[in-house]
Write a protein that binds this ligand. Structure first.
Ligand SMILES: Nc1ncnc2c1ncn2[C@@H]1O[C@H](COP(=O)(O)OP(=O)(O)O)[C@@H](O)[C@H]1O
Ligand SMILES: N[C@@H](CCC(=O)OP(=O)(O)O)C(=O)O
Length: 364
């Protein structure tokens, strides 16, 4: 891609925006805003901010305790806090003549191709006009099935949507360690990650680890998505002096996750965004044609169809031994496809075209 400006996403966690009592800290927000403005105005960089802190800001304003809080109360706090948060950002950025925009997203918005494209167009337009997008999860509507669940993953998603060059996750520790340093004082910081191995996942804490919204576990998941999408991601300490500028300049701060080969925009959505609505089981000949021959999937290779889907939905292409070999956009509904596969008529149109198919080896 030949964009003239560098494009970066900065995600800032609640722990970096609040003080020891969990109350939003104006000084910390100011420092963040100053850095983003410097990058934009002096370093020819487009910036997008993914900011947590709505729940914390709401709880503080309502003077509600953070313990013993129900999910609807948390969502109510986020609804109060989000307005306050964005109002504060608006004033802080305005001091430097910068305009901001608010985007509240859920995972469900990404899974729907039309909404995904709309979000992408909105972001592109905002950046074109020099407006700084500030993104958070739409906590009011987000229930488990449609939640990102954590803003780390959302950060990588915004990176994908905006086709960013770099995602920076700012947190309260200076990177990923070989183990949680709070429990293992001898743990070492990992400077560069080329591949996310099971050992690394173990270092970041398995399920049941009780740190923040997800501790390092969600940051590692976010890193995996970014790397596979071809975007570099850095985890760094929010309180390191001029951290954003220094990370962008390539200083070895925090933990840097190196990107893999970049997929095209549509293939990125197929790989990471689209929700699988059905499964097409294929015979060995079709599997071989897809994996080794670079071919599209045609009806004669399909042995069994599972699920309910319409044209344009994402389906998995599966071998008879249950191995998933590809994911792609199907050209028929399941009803039409059953009819086509059951008839001896010759159908020219591919069931899944090569251009909208990704082979899963090394992707998921
Ligand atoms: N291997 C590890 N390396 C670094 N930090 C870890 C590790 N395992 C768990 N952690 C914990 O993750 C915390 C950061 O995550 P979190 O509190 O969710 O931050 P944020 O609010 O910025 O998203 C650290 O303070 C640390 O206690
Ligand atoms: N959407 C929530 C933040 C969720 C979240 O991931 O928080 P954090 O781990 O602090 O980045 C909020 O604004 O309070």
């Amino acid at each position: 891609m030949s964009r003239q400006k560098k494009r970066i996403v900065v995600k800032v966690g609640s722990s970096s925006l609040t003080d020891e009592r969990g109350i939003i800290c104006m000084e910390r927000m100011k420092t963040l805003v100053e850095s983003l403005v410097r990058l934009k105005q002096e370093a020819n960089t487009e910036v997008l901010l993914v900011s947590s802190g709505a729940v914390a800001a709401g709880l503080g304003h309502l003077q509600w305790s953070r313990t013993m809080i129900t999910m609807p109360e948390k969502q109510a706090a986020a609804a109060v806090g989000q307005g306050l948060l964005i109002e504060t950002y608006k004033h802080l950025f305005a001091e430097y003549g910068e305009m901001i925009a608010q985007l509240l997203l859920t995972r469900g918005d990404i899974e729907d191709r039309k909404r995904y494209v709309n979000i992408r167009n909105t972001l592109e337009t905002l950046l074109h006009y020099g407006i700084i997008p500030i993104v958070n999860e739409n906590d009011t509507v987000a229930v488990d099935e449609i939640r990102f669940g954590d803003n780390d993953t959302l950060g990588s998603w915004v990176g994908i949507l905006a086709e960013a060059d770099l995602v920076i996750l700012l947190t309260d520790i200076d990177g990923l360690y070989t183990a949680n340093p709070k429990e293992h004082p001898d743990a070492r910081r990992i400077e560069v990650v080329k591949e996310i191995t099971p050992e690394l996942e173990k270092a970041a804490g398995g399920t049941g680890s009780v740190h923040g919204t997800g501790g390092m576990k969600t940051k590692l998941q976010a890193a995996k998505i970014a790397m596979q999408a071809g975007i570099e991601l850095v985890i760094a300490h929010s309180r390191t002096e001029r951290v954003i500028e220094r990370v962008v300049a390539g200083e070895p701060l925090g933990t840097r996750f190196l990107p893999q080969k970049r997929l095209s925009g549509k293939k990125q959505w197929i790989a990471f965004g689209s929700k699988v609505k059905g499964r097409l089981f294929v015979d060995d000949g079709a599997a071989d044609a897809l994996v080794h021959g670079g071919k599209s999937l045609l009806a004669p290779g399909i042995v069994r169809i599972e699920g309910t889907f319409t044209e344009g939905d994402a389906v998995e292409i599966v071998q008879l031994d249950q191995r998933v070999i590809a994911k792609g956009i199907v050209n028929y509904s399941d009803a039409d496809l059953r009819m086509i596969c059951g008839s001896s008529e010759h159908h020219l149109r591919e069931v899944v075209h090569r251009d909208v198919m990704i082979l899963l080896e090394g992707v998921v």
